[in-house]
Design a protein around this ligand. Structure first.
Ligand code: ADP
Ligand code: MG
Length: 238
């Protein structure tokens, strides 16, 4: 089996069970939206997938290789956080090109690719700017451009659009969907926004209280909520 999967992933912080017994499969090339209320364990799950948090129990596999607790640079995954630190001493374009350097692409090709991704994110005119001169939303678009530009087979996005205004958010949802169709990377996109999840997800995974409650194509989840929690959660308007 390729793609990404976890077996019985659990994370405890002292007495608190942040993630409990999560077994999740994302097929190669699929975009799964992990959806759930604040505090349900989405970020902790993603951080374990990225090797940034050690699971208390369970395993993570990427393309059939166990990568549990391996640091991100060894695992072929690329992660974008809600608040992602760009290198302040590098220009915007150097930030985007940085991941490509790690992958061994030559300088000219790196610049071209970085420029193309900045254009996609409507940040083309900011290539020479310093990240410190950008707004939070702009920095986030640069971080997204950097992650999308890399050719890592697994993309982990933690609420990447949550700081953007409504118009840009809707536009970026479409961009993410298009970029996904184009590059077909195995993607987990975390959000607490159900409209966003239903707009972009090939599949939706719903979490509550540390557990993965239901996984399936959007229509199936919407039409057949597995329990009261899913039914009520999907019934809420944002
Ligand atoms: P979400 O991303 O869905 O909002 P999180 O994964 O951030 O949820 O958090 C899940 C639970 O774990 C929350 O109760 C949170 O307070 C707790 N938690 C997360 N990280 C830590 C940590 N480093 N130490 C202690 N508790 C944590
Ligand atoms: Mg979170």
């Amino acid at each position: 089996m390729s793609g990404l999967h976890t077996e019985n992933l659990t994370k405890r912080f002292g007495d608190l069970v942040a993630v409990e017994d999560v077994s999740l499969t994302v097929e190669a090339g699929e975009l799964l939206c992990l959806l759930g209320p604040s505090g349900c364990g989405k970020s902790t799950t993603l951080r374990m997938l990225a090797g940034l948090e050690t699971p208390t129990e369970g395993e993570v596999y990427i393309n059939d290789t166990e990568v549990t607790d391996q640091p991100p640079y060894k695992q072929d995954s690329s992660m974008v956080f809600q608040e992602w630190a760009l290198f302040p001493h590098k220009s915007v374009i150097e930030n985007v090109a940085f991941g490509l350097k790690m992958q061994g692409m030559d300088k000219k090709a790196r610049r071209e690719k970085a420029r193309e991704m900045l254009e996609v994110m409507e940040m083309g005119e900011f290539g020479d700017a310093s990240p410190t001169d950008l707004s939070g939303g702009q920095q986030q678009r640069v971080a997204l451009a950097r992650s999308l530009a890399t050719e890592s087979p697994v993309l982990l996005l933690d609420e990447p659009l949550s700081n953007l205004d409504k118009r840009l958010k809707e536009q970026m949802q479409i961009e993410i969907k298009e970029i996904h169709s184009q590059f077909q990377r195995t993607t987990i996109h975390v959000t607490h926004d159900q409209d966003e999840a239903f707009t972009i997800g090939d599949k939706i995974g719903i979490m509550n209280d540390g557990r993965l409650v239901q996984v399936g194509p959007p229509r199936e989840v919407y039409n057949n909520p597995k329990n009261k929690f899913v039914e009520e959660f999907l019934g809420e308007t944002n």
